[in-house]
Design a protein around this ligand. Structure first.
Ligand code: CTP
Length: 457
């Protein structure tokens, strides 16, 4: 109606139409208008009674309307592409066909008419529906043109191939190989957004393998490429940590949709190349890769412009602890070792166990079975000890304030020492986690430190 009154033509285009064909839920609409996109959006917002919920991006000639939980993005049809990296985002107005030409993939060029005379008509000049049916990703134009308009589209191609489990046609894939280097002009934030969408796909390894084969992975995530390869000395090889990590990532993706737990899987062995040694008796070792790996997380997050917040610290913690549960099974598993694990892992314990479970990937079935048995043993023990000792949300039975009051102390080193002694004694099972036992130990420890008890206590 709005378009008709303005003598404009308007179409729903892109993701929404694609997803309707794929029976995927899609809430956001992209509308392309042959005419002034912003003016149309303003009239549409009025018609929908949403004048307060419109945001106009003059530089890009676009506008966004929020309508309940739906987002409507409106843009005027253009002759040229309009990547955010482009120095001149204001491009000449064009027809619908010209606009469709400059979009990324045939499956994203489908347009549904919103016009009175042919409402609901599908305009599909590049046979996008056939590509949808054949599950194919193809650029509408020569890929060199489509990718140079916006090099991020190379990652988008791989992202759609991974999310939808579509194949890329060979011309499109070889276009990425030829243009891979151009990814360097794209901001790290946009790259990270696409990479995260690949990571959140049902089987993320598909995307990582494509990124690698296309030559993009070394440019966007070199540390991950360093995991590749097998070295053989004296007839002994080690796992290819690139493929092992991808297997762990696919495994964990069956259990969790949490992006950061999936990132922990990606980074759990990241320091293996840097810690690799061949020792005559032991063969290949990667001693300390969990410590070094945890340290590498911040650098990688910084380089990739991922958030440097509690999500990063969560990933660091999981990388650091990922060997602990299985390492316990090398000796007799004591309750105190389990208590320490529960205490150190704290609220990431369940996620740590999910990571450890996903990390069991040996080709040798016997080895795999043995690891799995060990995993189940630790899991069982954790449940047992936790039911008994409640270490998980453990709070010291005696607070720092109480220690200060008991010995008439100001905040000082002694308070810390006493607190640590009490905590260690509880974790080691020397005393129970009760107020009375902790109080008694506090007195003894205070005396050792030469402190005298507050007479008014
Ligand atoms: N588009 C494009 N080139 C880009 C980004 C987007 O041609 N680099 C076009 C495509 O036609 C796409 C539409 O803009 O369908 C909307 O883009 P976007 O919202 O980013 O993607 P969707 O296709 O909607 O998919 P998703 O929501 O999964 O990101």
């Amino acid at each position: 109606m709005v378009a008709h009154e303005m003598h404009y033509q308007a179409y729903i285009i892109g993701g929404y139409v694609r997803d309707r064909f794929l029976l995927r839920d899609g809430k956001d609409f992209d509308i392309v208008v042959v005419g002034d996109g912003i003016l149309y959006a303003q009239n549409l917002a009025k018609a929908l009674n949403q004048q307060k919920n419109i945001t106009v991006f003059k530089t890009y000639g676009t506008a966004q309307i929020k309508y309940d939980d739906i987002e409507i993005e409106v843009v005027g049809a253009r002759k040229e592409s309009y990547s955010p990296e482009s120095r001149n985002p204001l491009v000449e107005a064009g027809t619908l066909a010209e606009d469709q030409n400059r979009r990324d993939f045939t499956i994203n060029t489908l347009a549904l008419s919103l016009n009175k005379m042919d409402f609901g008509l599908l305009l599909d000049p590049f046979d996008g529906v056939t590509d949808l049916l054949n599950k194919q990703i193809r650029t509408p134009l020569n890929p060199d043109i489509t990718f140079s308009d916006d090099p991020l589209r190379m990652m988008r191609a791989i992202r759609f191939a991974t999310q939808l489990q579509f194949q890329m046609v060979p011309e499109t894939f070889s276009g990425i190989v030829r243009n891979a280097d151009r990814i360097k002009i794209i901001t790290k934030e946009r790259i990270a957004d696409e990479l995260n969408k690949i990571i959140l796909s049902p089987k993320p390894s598909i995307g990582f393998k494509l990124l690698d084969e296309a030559g993009l992975l070394p440019l966007i995530f070199p540390e991950f490429c360093n995991l590749k390869g097998v070295e053989v000395i004296e007839g002994k090889g080690h796992k290819d940590n690139f493929y092992h990590t991808l297997e762990v990532l696919d495994n964990i993706s069956e259990y969790t949709n949490d992006l950061w737990l999936r990132w922990a899987a990606i980074l759990h062995d990241i320091a293996k190349p840097a810690t690799k040694r061949f020792e005559t008796n032991d063969g290949w070792t990667f001693h300390g890769h969990e410590f070094k790996g945890a340290k590498m997380v911040k650098r990688i997050f910084t380089n990739m412009k991922l958030p440097l917040n509690e999500k990063m610290r969560y990933v660091e913690k999981l990388v650091l602890l990922h060997l602990r549960p299985i390492a316990l099974t090398k000796e007799n598993i004591t309750d105190s070792a389990i208590r320490r694990l529960i205490f150190d892992a704290g609220e990431v314990l369940d996620d740590l166990m999910t990571l450890v479970r996903a990390d069991i990937t040996s080709k040798n079935e016997n080895k795999k079975r043995r690891y799995l048995e060990n995993y189940l043993l630790v899991d069982e023990k954790i449940k047992e000890v936790e039911a008994k000792d409640h270490i998980r949300n453990w709070q010291p039975p005696i607070s720092g304030e109480e220690i200060m009051k008991a010995f008439n102390l100001l905040p000082s080193k002694e308070v810390g020492i006493i607190k640590t002694v009490i905590r260690e004694a509880i974790l080691d099972g020397v005393i129970p986690s009760t107020y009375d036992a902790a109080y008694q130990l506090m007195i003894e420890e205070g005396q050792k430190l030469g402190l005298s008890i507050n007479a008014t206590n």
